[in-house]
Design a protein around this ligand. Structure first.
Ligand code: F6R
Length: 254
C-alpha cells in the first residue's frame, strides 16, 4: 500500500484525527508503545490525546519513546525536548514515569547513551510512531546526507535546522549544535507511522517526500518503503500534492 494521505482544514482537526488513530492502537494493545515527536507540529495531537484522556482514555499502560533530544540540554532546560514533553503532554495524562523514554542529552558518554536507547527501542517495539518533518526533509534529527544511519546516534545539526529551530530560543547562538536521534531503521521498524506536516512552508518538502524518489537527501522519503504510513496534512502543506483540478496527484516526480 502507498502512503495514505489525509488532508484537513486545520491542524486542530488533523490533531484530532491522529489522536483517534492513537486511541485505536492504545485500546488494541495491552502495553501500547507510542513513538513520539516534539516541535510545533504535534502540539494539537497532544492536545486532542489529552482531551481523550480527560474523557476516559486510560494511558497507564502506555509506553512512550521519543525520537530525539538536544545534546547538552538538561531535562529541566525549557528548550529541551524533555521539558516540552512534560509541558505539552505528560503533565496532563497518566503515563507512568517509568514508561517514559527520552534520550538523555547530558549523558556523560553519549555513545553509550545511544546504545542504551537502542536497547529500549528493541525491547519495546513501537506500535504507533508520530513524526514531524523538517523543512529540509529530516525525520527525528536524521538530516539530509549521503548516508542515513539506522540506529540511535549523535548528529551534528545542519545550519538550516539550527536556523529553523532558533524560533524556540532567545538567540540562535543558544541552539545546540548536536542532538541524539533515533535512526531511520528504528523509525521504520514501527508497526504504523504517522507523518504530520502543516503550513505552506512544508508544501515543497511534503511533495518531494510523497511524490519524489527515495533519497538520502530527503530522509522522510524513506517512509515510502514502509507498508503503513499515514501522511496527515492541512490544505497548505498538501498544496504540492494537488493537480490543476484540485485532486490528489499520484504522479511521481523524478
Ligand atoms: C522533533 C523532531 C523534528 C521535528 C521537525 C519539525 O522531535 O524530531 O524532526 O519534527 O523539525 O519541527 P516543527 O514541527 O517544529 O516544524
Amino acid at each position: 500500500m502507498g502512503m495514505r494521505i489525509r488532508i484537513f482544514d486545520t491542524p486542530h482537526d488533523a490533531g484530532i484525527h491522529v489522536a483517534s488513530l492513537a486511541e485505536r492502537v492504545i485500546l488494541q494493545n495491552q502495553r501500547p508503545v507510542l513513538g513520539l515527536a516534539t516541535g510545533s507540529t504535534p502540539i494539537q495531537f497532544y492536545h486532542a490525546l489529552i482531551n481523550l484522556h480527560k474523557s476516559g482514555l486510560d494511558l497507564a499502560d502506555v509506553v512512550t519513546i521519543n525520537l530525539d533530544e538536544y545534546a547538552s540540554l538538561s531535562p529541566h532546560d525549557a528548550q529541551s525536548y524533555h521539558f516540552y514533553m512534560n509541558k505539552y503532554f505528560f503533565e496532563h495524562v497518566n503515563v507512568a514515569p517509568e514508561n517514559i523514554h527520552i534520550p538523555n542529552g547530558i549523558a556523560s558518554d553519549l555513545a553509550k547513551e545511544c546504545l542504551r536507547y537502542d536497547a529500549i527501542v528493541q525491547r519495546n517495539p513501537i506500535d504507533f510512531q508520530v513524526v514531524g518533518i523538517g523543512m529540509n526533509g529530516h525525520i527525528g534529527f536524521n538530516e539530509p546526507n549521503d548516508l542515513l544511519l539506522s540506529r540511535t546516534h549523535v548528529v551534528a545539526l545542519k545550519n538550516e535546522t539550527i536556523e529553523s529551530n532558533a524560533r524556540f530560543f532567545d538567540d540562535i547562538s543558544r541552539v545546540p549544535q548536536y542532538a541524539i536521534t533515533m535512526g531511520v531503521q528504528s523509525i521504520l521498524q514501527a508497526k504504523q507511522i504517522v507523518l504530520m506536516a502543516f503550513g505552506m512552508d512544508k508544501s515543497c518538502i511534503v511533495q518531494e517526500t510523497v511524490l519524489g524518489g527515495v533519497r538520502t537527501d530527503v530522509p522522510a522519503s524513506v517512509l515510502q518503503l514502509h507498508h503503513d504510513v499515514t501522511v496527515v496534512l492541512d490544505k497548505e502543506s498538501a498544496s504540492g500534492l494537488m493537480d490543476k483540478r484540485g485532486n490528489l496527484s499520484t504522479q511521481q516526480t523524478s
